[in-house]
Ligand binder design. Structure first.
Ligand code: ZN
Length: 98
């Protein structure tokens, strides 16, 4: 049974850094990966990032993908992190019970 709050809205919500509108190149990253990286930053740097990327509730991070340009991703050390190739992260892997 579906959660009524996400009815008709199974698309992952997207956030992006402000450089996207300036034509920068970048990738989507999982919201959870973004939040984890943000938490590793010093508080001043994390605060600065919050002015660049549209805010979201961290508790929603698993439903969100964040587009970051290469510069922002580099500052978050996400360059080698798993990026999301499309606008939708791959579905979770389910292990079949035998
Ligand atoms: Zn950026």
């Amino acid at each position: 049974m579906m959660n009524p709050t996400i009815m008709n809205d199974d698309r992952y919500r997207e956030r992006e850094c402000l450089h996207r509108q300036q034509g920068a190149e970048g990738f989507f990253y999982r919201g959870t990966t973004y939040v984890q990286s943000l938490q590793r930053l010093k508080s001043g740097a994390a605060l600065e990032f919050s002015t660049r990327v549209t805010a979201f509730f961290w508790s929603d991070a698993h439903n969100i993908v964040v587009w970051l340009c290469h510069d922002c991703a580099g500052e978050l050390k996400l360059i080698n992190a798993e990026s999301v190739p499309s606008q939708r992260p791959p579905p979770p892997q389910f292990v079949e019970a035998r």
